[in-house]
Structure formats: structure tokens, C-alpha cells
Design a protein around this ligand. Structure first.
Ligand code: SF4
Length: 114
């Protein structure tokens, strides 16, 4: 667990991400262990990986997922249906979505818009 946190900290410390073939060296762990940790972080949605070639070697650039998510969030069309903003955005109510009136209204608007 500690090693995983260290790897994640290393990834977070790089604004533009870090190459996987650099990450395991910086983290001072072997390549396979690094790969397992990166797979786990990716499955947990904490990071994203994109193919990149450097010096004839194929590897991945690894970034914290938030950076990519922020870019997606700029497209507010995904959250707007007619004049209604997605009700779950920022909602802090403990809920049962099947019984939520604002969510139902938003989904009906979404269906009608299509
Ligand atoms: S389903 Fe309703 S109560 Fe639950 S998060 Fe969405 S808007 Fe909030």
C-alpha cells in the first residue's frame, strides 16, 4: 500500500504526467510491480494512460485522471438538457435515485430531447 501511494504521489507531482518506463525507476521498484500498481490505479479511475513513443520505445504517459476529467467537464452540454442542469451535480443528499423527482424530471427531458 505504501509503495502504491508513493507511485501515485510521483504521478501527481508531474503536471504533464510521467512515462511508465521512467516511473518504475523513479519509484525504485521493478517494472512488473510498477505495472501492477499502475493497472490497479487505472482500474480505480485515479489515473489515465496514453500510448507514447520515445526514442523508438513504446510506453505510456500516465496522468492523474482529474486533469482529463476537468477537460471533459468544460463541455457543459453533457450536463444540460434544455434549461435543466443535471440535478446530481453537487447534490449532497443521501438518496434513492429511483425515487428522486429532480432526477426523473431530468431524465424525462433527456429522453424528450433525443
Ligand atoms: S438522485 Fe436526486 S437526490 Fe440523488 S444525487 Fe441525484 S439529485 Fe441528488
Amino acid at each position: 500500500m505504501e509503495v502504491e501511494e508513493e507511485v501515485f504521489k510521483l504521478i501527481k507531482s508531474r503536471k504533464k504526467g510521467i512515462l511508465q518506463n521512467e516511473l518504475w525507476k523513479k519509484a525504485e521498484i521493478d517494472r512488473r510491480k510498477c505495472s501492477r500498481i499502475v493497472d490497479k490505479l487505472e482500474k480505480e479511475g485515479k489515473i489515465v494512460r496514453e500510448h507514447e513513443a520515445t526514442g523508438g520505445t513504446r510506453t505510456y504517459r500516465i496522468r492523474v485522471a482529474e486533469i482529463k476529467e476537468k477537460a471533459k467537464a468544460r463541455n457543459f452540454k453533457l450536463l444540460l438538457v434544455r434549461d435543466m442542469f443535471a440535478p446530481c451535480t453537487g447534490c449532497t443528499v443521501e438518496c434513492t435515485p429511483e425515487l428522486c423527482i429532480p432526477l426523473s424530471a431530468w431524465v424525462f427531458n433527456l429522453i424528450e430531447e433525443e
